[in-house]
Design a protein around this ligand. Structure first.
Ligand code: UTP
Length: 477
C-alpha cells in the first residue's frame, strides 16, 4: 500500500513501535530467529502495508462488522437486447462498424484479470494455465491468445494485452507464456503486472502470519485492478499506444469474445464510461450478481445480498423482473479507469470469511484450518459501475459467451465448460447448414472443438472444407 516503496525500509525498532500501536506486534514474534535475508523480507512486507488504513479496515470489517445493505429505491435495469428490435437495428449495424474501426485503429486493448487464487478449482498453477478445451486441452491463456491472434490478422493491427497477475502467481504466469513462445503473439504487446495484496486477519482482528517471515496475504480482488493498472504503468503504456478503450475479461471463461465489435461500438457510440454484458438468469436464485437500478444508477447487487422478494419477483407474464445476471465482461473507457485510480479509496471492500492456513504464534505450529477462520477483504470490479456517468448493459447468449470454470466438479466446472464449448461449436456448424449428430435428449453426440484461430463466429466457417461428423467422433477444426 505504501506508494513510497523506493525509500529505504525502516528498521525493526520502527516497526515494533508501529505494530504495538496497532496491537499487531505478534508479527515480529519470530524476528530474532530469522536469517538476515528473512528479516529483510519481513520488514519489506510490513513496509508494504499502510497500517493506519489497515487498522481502520480491521476495525470496520473485523469484530465490529455488521452487514449494512442499503436497498432503497431499487428497480430492474434496462438493457440492450441481444437481438435488436426494429428501432435498434440501424444502431447495432453502426456500432459493429464503429467497433471494427476502433479495433483496426489500435484503440482497444484487451485486459485479463488472472490474479485470483482459484481455490475452488484446486489447480495449483495459475488458473490461466488450466487445460480448458475439450480435445486439444488448450490452456485458458492459449484460448485468449489465439482469439487475439485472429483479431490481429482480421483487423491488421496488433492488440495490446494486459494481464493482471498476483505476487503469488506472477512469476509462474510469465514463465508459462515464455515457455509457450507467447502462443504466437509478439511479447512486446503483452504486459504482465501483479495486483496488490492485503493481509488476512483473524476474527479477533489479528493479522495472520503465513510463515515466520511472511504475512498471510491475499490478492485484493479484481477491483484491485484499477490501482494495479496505475501503479504498474499500464495506464501510461495504454496512453502511449493510443488506447482509449479497455476490453475487460476474467481468466476463467473460455467463451468470452474479447474483441466484440458490437459491444465495443455501442460503448463508444453511447460515450459510456463502463459497460457490461448480461445473461438472463437461469432461475431466480442463480449465483450471479443482479443488475439493478439503485437510486436510479446502474449497479450490481450480489446474489447473497439480493432480498428474496426481489430475486423472485415476476411480471404479469410470469417472467423474472430482475433477470439480468452479471458475467463479468466489461468495456471500460481509459479516462474512466484513470479517474477511478485518482481516488484509490473510491471502491468499497467486501468481506469474506475463508479458510486461511497460518502459523500459530504461541505454539509455532502450522495450522490448516478445517473451518473458515480468517477474514479476507477484496474489492470488486463491478463496484465501479455506479461511479460511471454513463453505463449500459448488453444482453448476450449463455452458450455463446459463458462457459466458466470455477469449481472442480458440478456446476461451472471443467466438464460443464467442455460441454458448452462443444455445444457452441455445434451451433455454429448447424447455423451454416453443416449437420451435427445429436442424441435423443438434444445433446451433441460428438466432441467438437473449433480453434479461435479458425473462427470467432459461425460466419468464419462459411466456405471452409468441413468434415462429415459421425456419432461419437472427435472433431478439431
Ligand atoms: P473469482 O471470484 O472466481 O476468484 O475470480 P478466484 O480467486 O479466481 O477463485 P476462488 O474464489 O478462489 O475459487 C474471478 C476472476 O477474477 C480474478 C480471477 O483470476 C478470475 O479471473 N481475480 C480474482 C483477480 O484477478 N484478483 C483477485 O484478487 C480475485
Amino acid at each position: 500500500m505504501n506508494a513510497n516503496s523506493v525509500s529505504p525500509i525502516p528498521n525493526y525498532e520502527y516497526f515494533l513501535e508501529l505494530l504495538e500501536a496497532h496491537d499487531q506486534s505478534h508479527l515480529l514474534h519470530f524476528y530474532s530467529e530469522l536469517s538476515v535475508t528473512e528479516q529483510k523480507e519481513l520488514l519489506a512486507e510490513l513496509n508494504e502495508q499502510d497500517w493506519d488504513t489497515l487498522g481502520q479496515l480491521i476495525e470496520r470489517y473485523g469484530k465490529a462488522y455488521t452487514a449494512a445493505v442499503d436497498h432503497y429505491d431499487i428497480s430492474p435495469a434496462p438493457y440492450y437486447p441481444s437481438e435488436p428490435s426494429a428501432e435498434l437495428e440501424a444502431k447495432y449495424k453502426e456500432a459493429i462498424k464503429v467497433g471494427k474501426s476502433l479495433i483496426a485503429a489500435g484503440q482497444v486493448a484487451a485486459f485479463t484479470v488472472a490474479g485470483g487464487q482459484g481455490s475452488r478449482l484446486g489447480w495449483e498453477a495459475p488458473k490461466g494455465t488450466f487445460p480448458a478445451t475439450p480435445i486439444r486441452e488448450k490452456p485458458l491463456f492459449q484460448v485468449f491468445a489465439e482469439q487475439l491472434k485472429k483479431a490481429e490478422n482480421d483487423f491488421g493491427k496488433a492488440i495490446p494485452w494486459y494481464i493482471m497477475t498476483s505476487p503469488m502467481n506472477d512469476a509462474d504466469t510469465r514463465s508459462f507464456f515464455k515457455d509457450h513462445q507467447y502462443f504466437g503473439l509478439d511479447a512486446k504487446n503483452i504486459m504482465f503486472f501483479p495486483q496488490g495484496t492485503l493481509p488476512s486477519f483473524s476474527k479477533e482482528g489479528k493479522v495472520l502470519l503465513r510463515e515466520k517471515a511472511h504475512l498471510a496475504l491475499n490478492p485484493d480482488g479484481h477491483g484491485g485492478s484499477f490501482k494495479a493498472l496505475k501503479k504498474s504503468g499500464a495506464i501510461q503504456d495504454m496512453k502511449r499506444r493510443g488506447v482509449e478503450y479497455i476490453s475487460y475479461c476474467q481468466v476463467d471463461n473460455p467463451h468470452v469474445k474479447i474483441m466484440d465489435p458490437l459491444f465495443i461500438g455501442l460503448h463508444a457510440l453511447d460515450g459510456a464510461d463502463m459497460s457490461a454484458k448480461m445473461l438472463p438468469k437461469a432461475h431466480a436464485k442463480e449465483k450471479v450478481g443482479n443488475f439493478c437500478l439503485i437510486g436510479g444508477k446502474l449497479g450490481i447487487i450480489e446474489y447473497s445480498d439480493m432480498p428474496n422478494e426481489l430475486a423472485e419477483a415476476t411480471s404479469d407474464k410470469g417472467e423474472l423482473l430482475y433477470n439480468a445476471g452479471s458475467i463479468a465482461i466489461h468495456m471500460i473507457s481509459l479516462a474512466f479507469a484513470e479517474s477511478i485510480t485518482d481516488d484509490p479509496e473510491s471502491l468499497p471492500y467486501h468481506r469474506a470469511v475463508k479458510k486461511v492456513p497460518y502459523l500459530e504464534v504461541e505454539t509455532g505450529d502450522q495450522v490448516q484450518p478445517k473451518e473458515p477462520n480468517a477474514i479476507k477483504l477484496e474489492r470488486f470490479i463491478f463496484d465501479a459501475i455506479p461511479l460511471a456517468q454513463h453505463a449500459f448493459i448488453l444482453e448476450t447468449d449463455r452458450v455463446e459467451e459463458f462457459a466458466p470454470i470455477k469449481n472442480a466438479e458440478g456446476s461451472d466446472s471443467p466438464a460443464t465448460s467442455r460441454d458448452l464449448q462443444t455445444e457452441r461449436a455445434a451451433r455454429w456448424l448447424e447455423h451454416i447448414g453443416h449437420p451435427v449428430p445429436r442424441k435423443a435428449d438434444g445433446g451433441v453426440d460428438a466432441m467438437i472443438e473449433i480453434s479461435p484461430l479458425t473462427a470467432s463466429s459461425s460466419e468464419d466457417l462459411k466456405g471452409l472444407e468441413l468434415p462429415e461428423i459421425k456419432p461419437g467422433d472427435k472433431v478439431y477444426l
